[in-house]
Design a protein around this ligand. Structure first.
Ligand code: 0O2
Length: 222
């Protein structure tokens, strides 16, 4: 039986690429952690000052290597670290789920106006939902990360949404995945209707919340 000779140079090159990729992903992980800390401080301070917590939950994710490769192919860009850094801005993602739409915008304002945050892009899918009904407020921001070699700006996608929007998006994502993107037309239609219903529910819940607050204030003042 013949054996294939080990190509040491190729192995060394592959290891170097793996190390580069790990370093590349680590920068995004640090950026994500900076954003998580900022959101967590906002939540704690807001709760302390206003006796009200506007955030229901926060989740974060790093895009998987497969997800990055898939997006590189979909966008038709060079598989080069500098190009990926420039063109793919959602490698690090933080999702902030709020109770009400006003909280979504309030949190967005408090977060994006911080001095060390640079807003690269805002996509307001609440003001203008996607055709399928998807609603969310997206901000691509750059946050400085301080490494031993100096500070580097790291892009992070921060999605702000309500519980109802989150509920819808997670079901839509599952259905999309289940049908490998080819969702039957009647389900697409039902999902769009459900997104409208979720939008309605957000309005009603916020009205209810305001009414309850007003009644409570009147009782306290009386
Ligand atoms: P995952 O699983 O969250 O990583 P771009 O090429 O970046 O300019 P893109 O990616 O369409 O265009 O940007 P967009 O519209 O801002 O969407 C980015 C993210 O928003 C998605 O990330 C989803 O998390 C979410 N999103 C956008 N549209 C939809 C939708 O119709 N349904 C659901 N459920 N989520 C949506 P990823 O990388 O696709 O997915």
């Amino acid at each position: 039986m013949s054996t294939v000779p080990v190509d040491d140079a190729a192995i060394a090159q592959a290891k170097q690429l793996r190390d580069q990729f790990q370093r590349f992903l680590r920068e995004y992980e640090f950026g994500m952690r900076e954003v998580e800390t900022k959101i967590s401080i906002l939540r704690d301070e807001f709760t302390h000052m206003h006796a009200y917590n506007p955030i229901e939950h926060v989740s974060s994710r790093l895009k998987s290597p497969d997800g990055i490769v898939e997006k590189v192919a979909r966008k038709g860009i060079d598989p080069d670290f500098d190009v990926i850094r420039r063109e793919i801005t959602d490698i690090a993602g933080v999702r902030v789920t709020c109770s009400f739409v006003t909280d979504v915008y309030r949190l967005f304002e408090l977060f994006t106006r911080q001095d060390d945050i640079t807003v690269l892009m805002v996509k307001d899918y609440i003001a203008e939902p996607k055709p399928n009904g998807y609603r969310s407020l997206h901000a691509i921001v750059e946050v400085p990360v301080f490494l031993s070699t100096g500070a580097i700006p790291v892009p992070v996608e921060v999605q702000f949404r309500t519980i109802a929007m989150d509920f819808w998006a997670s079901l839509e994502h599952k259905i999309h995945y289940k049908f490998d993107g080819r969702v039957p037309a009647h389900l697409v239609q039902s999902l769009t209707e459900a997104a409208d219903a979720a939008g309605e529910l957000d309005l009603r819940m916020e009205r209810l919340h305001r009414e309850a607050l007003e009644i409570n204030h009147r009782v306290i003042e009386a």
